[in-house]
Each structure stands twice: as structure tokens, then as C-alpha cells.
Design a protein around this ligand. Structure first.
Ligand code: ADP
Ligand code: ZN
Length: 516
């Protein structure tokens, strides 16, 4: 071990009490000390804080930490101080004198870590100089991206940091950033040469399972009878459905609690504690449940409804199997949920983003190849081999030579000049005289009716696969129009063969059924 490595390890032990670095922590710290800009993507609980806290102790100047979590800032700083680390924070709760005093301490080199809300950057212009700062850490960096799930306008202002202090290394950290968000973060913070460091998001002990939503109750009862006495969470979309479902399960003699934000604080706390202490086996909950719950022996998570995006799904299934023992995530997939969400999103200001993210979630649920590959690739991680531990790997669909149908679909996309979403492409293939078809005169196209032999559901199934396999893609910023990729040109012009999975009978959508 070289001297630096030794020093890092002894600081880790002395100041944080840990024996060894986890995952990419040491690499990230080395990059920071050697002056690179970085984007770090690490799952929640992965250990991001140490990546920027530890080097602050070794470098002579101050590390600036930008964090949106104002409410937690004081606790974080108190925790660091208790470990003998010189930390401070500045936010609007401090008086002018208090701020001034802290800025003086920074200028005197007495502060290792200075926490700051993005809104407060204007308060500290006197120390925004390279003689005072060793590096800048931007935590929860996805907040800078409108494509991220938690956009904060104040983050947009941070761009000036790199512009005005180009020599100071900047490290951006987040737990949730799909590839589009990653690009956005790099662009918005102006760290174009940033090293990207992605810690594995793979939770290998969780079996990934997706089932069509038909007969959900029956399937859930079956599932529970095969997982007797195991703790589990069932996530539902609405408060009402948590209560209805719990009632149905109780009628079958199952020990189940309810948790949602409409309950009073006392009932919520009790529901949570009963679950943590194994007084109730199962909780039917909305997504309000789980934040900060540390229960290591949750054996399974069921999604009664489709989550609204992959970030939420990943976070929710991550509550299972924290102890590393086998666990299962079962997702029920219904087209009705897609429609429900798209109505929700109509009222939101970033409807298009939300919808695009929902469609990625749908693609995951529709997958005909390894689900873990899709999940991980969403976070920018490549899994070389199929995982062998998801329902698709366990029960792979049958494939057929689908070159001709792929040619038909891709050429329909080309002939509408890549200007239409999937629904209209299917209208063209099936010769459906929809209003778009009539308005645009698509009935004159050569491909009009070329795909009459297949049902609409089949076309949805095949087009989804063509998207998932990158023969075409959805232009999320352009009304979800389908666009051809270079791979499509191979199919259309160079005779590339395409193999696609046959639709599985039981995975087709039905209209949401009534549950009595
Ligand atoms: P994140 O910010 O990525 O969600 P934290 O930085 O809060 O994660 O770390 C999560 C937990 O893991 C904390 O309790 C932290 O003390 C612990 N931790 C971090 N790094 C290590 C390590 N190298 N060894 C053991 N525990 C660690
Ligand atoms: Zn798999």
C-alpha cells in the first residue's frame, strides 16, 4: 500500500470508525484528491457521504457541500462535529453575524466542511475563491435536472460555480439518475470532462417477477400462502385500495396492517411499529410507507399497481432483503394503471417527462429479456450475462424470426417521416382509418394495411420489443414519436435478421377488471 492509501485507511478508521472502503469509495476519493471532476451514482445507503467528507479532512482548505436537505443540515453537521470534524453550515436560519463568523473561519482555514443550501450560495461570495476552497460537492445532484424526479430550480444557479472556479474540482453525487439525467447533470454543472463512477445497483438476492394484473387477489393469496410468516409490503396506488385490499386479506385470516398518508400520525406510527416488531406480517401501503424504515427481514414486496417510474420501483423493491437473504419483488402490470397515471400527469407541469418515465417502467414490465438487465441499464449499468434470477430468465418466451414484421413496422415509421407515436404506426399497419390517418393521408402509404394479419395487442407487443432492442426509440420530447435508429437501417436496407419473442397468452392486457 502506498502512503496515500494508508492515510485514507487510517482516516476512515479514526474519524468514521470503519475498517475498509465500500464499493468505489476509495477510487472516488482518489479521483477527488487528484483534482478530477466527477459524477458519482450510488444507491441510497451506498455510502456517498464519506466520498466527500473524508478527503475534506486531508486537504488544507474547505470543502463546500451543496445539499437541498436544509432540515437535515444541522444534524449532519452536529454528527460530524461529534466525530471531531470541523464542520459548519450556512442557511437562511442563521443571523448575519453568525454567517459572517463562519465565513471568517473558512478564510482562516479552520473549517473542513461547509454545508450550504443551493439557495444560499449568494451569501458566500467572499469565500468563493480558489485560495479558500479545496473542492465542491453537489449532493442530490439530480435536483438540477428537469429530467430528474425532484427538480429544484435553485440548483440551476449552480452552473456558475464551474464557470467562475474552473480549477476547483467538483463532485456531483446522486442515488437516482438514469442516463438522460446523468447527461443533464454533467451539462448543467459544466463538468464536461467528469469521470463517471457508478456503483452497482444490483440487488442480486431479490428475485424479480412481473405478472399480469388479472386475478390479482387470487394470485396474492396464493403468493402469501407460499410465504407463510414472512414479512412483506404490498404497495397500492390509492389510500382506498390499501384499505380494501387489507380488508380482503383479513377476511382470509391474514395478519395485515394498513399505512397511508391519510391516517393520523398516531395510527401511522403504530402501523409502522407493529410491522417493524413483527406484530403484523404484512402492510398494505401507499408509497408514503418506507421512508427511513430500517427493517432488514422484509422478505417480499408486491406492487399491486405499476409504479410511476423505475426510480420509485427500484427504491420500493429495495426495502426487501436488506439482510442479503433471498427476497422477491412481484409486480402486477395492467394497462389500466398506465391510463390512470397518464390522467394524473395531465395536471402536472412536467407531464411529458413523467409520461416518458412511466413508459420506461412499462417497458420493464413488458420485457421479454432479462429484467435485471433492463433495470440496471436504466441506471447506466451494463450486465453482461442474463441474471438467471428473474421470471423471464426462469421462463423465457419463445422467439421467432420476425424480420418481415420488423421491416413492415420500421418502414411504416419511416413512411410517416418518424412523426407519429406508436398508436398511429399501428393504425397504419392495421389500416385503421383513425383521425390522424385521415388527416395526414396515411391511407395512401405503401405500408398502409401491411400488418393487418396481427392484432393491435400483438403489434404493441412487437413494437415494444423493437424499442427495447433499440431498433427504434421513443422521442420523449417530441410527443413520443417513434424514431429509427441505425439498427433499423440495417434491417431495412441490409437484410439484418430480427428475432422477437412471441406474445405470451397470459401476459396480454385486459381492461382493468372489476374487483368485488
Ligand atoms: P448514502 O448517502 O449513499 O445514502 P451514507 O453516506 O449515508 O449513504 O451511508 C450509508 C450508511 O453506510 C451509513 O450508516 C454510513 O455510515 C455507512 N457506511 C458508509 N461507508 C461505509 C464503509 N466503508 N464501511 C461501513 N459502513 C459504511
Ligand atoms: Zn434475468
Amino acid at each position: 500500500m502506498n502512503a496515500l492509501a494508508n492515510q485514507l485507511k487510517s482516516t476512515l478508521k479514526e474519524k468514521f470508525g470503519y475498517e475498509s472502503f465500500r464499493g468505489p469509495q476509495e477510487q472516488i476519493i482518489n479521483n477527488l484528491i487528484s483534482g478530477s471532476d466527477q459524477l458519482v451514482i450510488m444507491p441510497t445507503g451506498g455510502g456517498k457521504s464519506i466520498c466527500y467528507q473524508l478527503p475534506a479532512l486531508l486537504l488544507p482548505k474547505t470543502c463546500l457541500v451543496i445539499s437541498p436537505l436544509i432540515a437535515l443540515m444541522k444534524d449532519q453537521v452536529d454528527g460530524l462535529k461529534a466525530n471531531g470534524i470541523n464542520a459548519a453550515f450556512i442557511n437562511s436560519s442563521l443571523s448575519f453575524e453568525e454567517r459572517d463568523q463562519i465565513l471568517h473561519q473558512v478564510a482562516e482555514g479552520k473549517i473542513n466542511l461547509l454545508y450550504l443550501a443551493p439557495e444560499s450560495v449568494g451569501f458566500i461570495s467572499s469565500i468563493l475563491k480558489k485560495e479558500y476552497l479545496s473542492y465542491i460537492a453537489v449532493d442530490e445532484a439530480h435536483c438540477i435536472s428537469a429530467w430528474g424526479h425532484d427538480f429544484r430550480p435553485a440548483y440551476k444557479k449552480l452552473k456558475f460555480l464551474k464557470n467562475s472556479l474552473p480549477e476547483i474540482p467538483l463532485i456531483a453525487l446522486t442515488a437516482t439518475a438514469d442516463k438522460a439525467t446523468q447527461k443533464d447533470i454533467i451539462h448543467e454543472l459544466g463538468i464536461i470532462d467528469a469521470k463517471i463512477n457508478i456503483d452497482s445497483f444490483d440487488r442480486k438476492n431479490i428475485f424479480l417477477n412481473v405478472q399480469p394484473a388479472q386475478k390479482r387477489i387470487e394470485k396474492i393469496l396464493n403468493f402469501i400462502s407460499q410465504h407463510q410468516e414472512e414479512s412483506g409490503i404490498i404497495y397500492c396506488l390509492s389510500r382506498k385500495s390499501t384499505e380494501k385490499l387489507a380488508e380482503k386479506l383479513r377476511n382470509e385470516g391474514i395478519n395485515v396492517g394498513v399505512y397511508h398518508a391519510g391516517m393520523n400520525a398516531e395510527d401511522r406510527t403504530k402501523a409502522q411499529e407493529d410491522f417493524i416488531n413483527d406484530q403484523t406480517q404484512i402492510v398494505c401501503a401507499t408509497i408514503a410507507f418506507g421512508m427511513g424504515i430500517d427493517k432488514s427481514n422484509v422478505r417480499w414486496v408486491i406492487h399491486y399497481n405499476l409504479p410511476k417510474n423505475i426510480e420509485s420501483y427500484y427504491q420500493e423493491i429495495g426495502r426487501a432483503g436488506r439482510d442479503g437473504l433471498p427476497a422477491e419483488a412481484l409486480l402486477f402490470h395492467s394497462y389500466g394503471d398506465i391510463l390512470t397515471f397518464s390522467r394524473f400527469f395531465e395536471e402536472s407541469s412536467n407531464q411529458e417527462f413523467q409520461m416518458a418515465k412511466l413508459l420506461r417502467m412499462k417497458e420493464y414490465a413488458d420485457a421479454v429479456n432479462c429484467r435485471r438487465k433492463i433495470l440496471l441499464s436504466y441506471f447506466g449499468e451494463v450486465l453482461e450475462e442474463n441474471c438467471g434470477h428473474c421470471d423471464v430468465c426462469k421462463n423465457p418466451p419463445q422467439f421467432k424470426d420476425a424480420t418481415i414484421l420488423a421491416q413492415k413496422a420500421l418502414s411504416a415509421i419511416a413512411r410517416v417521416k418518424e412523426n407519429e407515436p406508436m398508436g398511429v404506426i399501428i393504425d397504419v399497419l392495421k389500416a385503421t382509418y383513425s383521425s390522424e390517418v385521415k388527416e395526414m393521408g396515411y391511407d395512401q402509404l405503401k405500408t398502409f394495411g401491411a400488418g393487418r394479419d396481427l392484432t393491435k395487442n400483438d403489434w404493441q407487443h412487437y413494437l415494444t420489443q423493437l424499442i427495447n432492442e433499440a431498433y427504434c426509440e421513443i422521442a420523449f420530447h417530441q410527443h413520443n414519436h417513434l424514431k429509427l435508429t441505425p439498427l433499423a437501417k440495417e434491417v431495412l436496407f441490409n437484410g439484418k435478421k430480427v428475432w422477437l419473442a412471441l406474445p405470451q397468452k397470459n401476459t396480454k392486457y385486459k381492461k382493468k377488471e372489476k374487483q368485488t
